[in-house]
Write a protein that binds this ligand. Structure first.
Ligand code: ZN
Length: 224
């Protein structure tokens, strides 16, 4: 079969990931582990607490009128100053409330709204959409600029709206595959345990995928 990460190499490996990609992912895991101290020192306890707060509040199912949730969400996920209009944010919370978990639908809905900048262009809000998916399902990964600096998933490709959205949907599948591979490396397993000890959280508080996201985000922030 064709490797589910690079999409070019043939592989017989049972998990569908080619040896080259495995090598790259293992090397990355080692690199991350070597920076453990810096990575952990760059994660603030209040961020971890804010995340758990959001998770608890989201379960109450009243987010349209839960302005404290919205405020903390926007701050935690750094949505302010991202060129998003108020209309984007309102639509985002509606989609979250409706539990819309179809990535291309989310991207399409957000695409319809113009950005806040002077030119007011339409845009594919991929990072924003992954934050929605993660809130609905904590096993789904987030991609923002820090995480992308580490994983290098790439830019939106294509000219037409549909092409651009489809390119992101494909990239999201690749992202999920990379995250799964990273999670089974011994280095990331160890880091995950260390993270849980340091911040005193178990996997009902924060999923493995989100623990890894904290680590990737922090590492990406350090190599800026
Ligand atoms: Zn590959």
């Amino acid at each position: 079969m064709i490797c589910k990460i690079c999409g070019t190499e043939e592989t017989d490996n049972p998990d569908g990931v080619c040896d080259d990609c495995k090598k790259r992912i293992n090397a990355l895991a080692k690199k991350i582990k070597n920076e453990k101290e810096k990575i952990f020192n760059n994660i603030r306890k209040e961020e971890v607490t804010a995340y758990i707060f959001l998770k608890t509040e989201f379960k109450k199912d009243n987010i349209i009128s839960n302005y404290l949730f919205r405020f903390v969400f926007q701050s935690f996920y750094r949505l302010d100053g991202s060129g998003l209009s108020q209309e984007h944010k309102d639509r985002f919370f509606e989609l979250l409330h409706e539990k819309q978990d179809n990535l291309s639908e989310i991207l399409l809905e957000l695409y319809k709204i113009k950005r806040r900048t002077k030119k007011g262009k339409h845009s594919v809000q991929f990072s924003f959409a992954t934050k929605l998916l993660h809130t609905l399902d904590n096993d789904k990964p987030i991609l923002d600029s820090n995480v992308n600096r580490v994983l290098k998933i790439g830019e939106t490709k294509g000219e037409k709206r549909t092409e651009r959205i489809n390119s992101r949907v494909k990239q999201y599948t690749i992202l999920q595959n990379i995250i799964q591979e990273l999670l089974i490396t011994p280095e990331i397993k160890k880091l995950k345990d260390d993270f849980r000890k340091k911040f005193n959280v178990d996997n009902t508080d924060i999923s493995d995928v989100k623990v890894l996201d904290f680590i990737l985000w922090s590492y990406g922030d350090l190599i800026k």
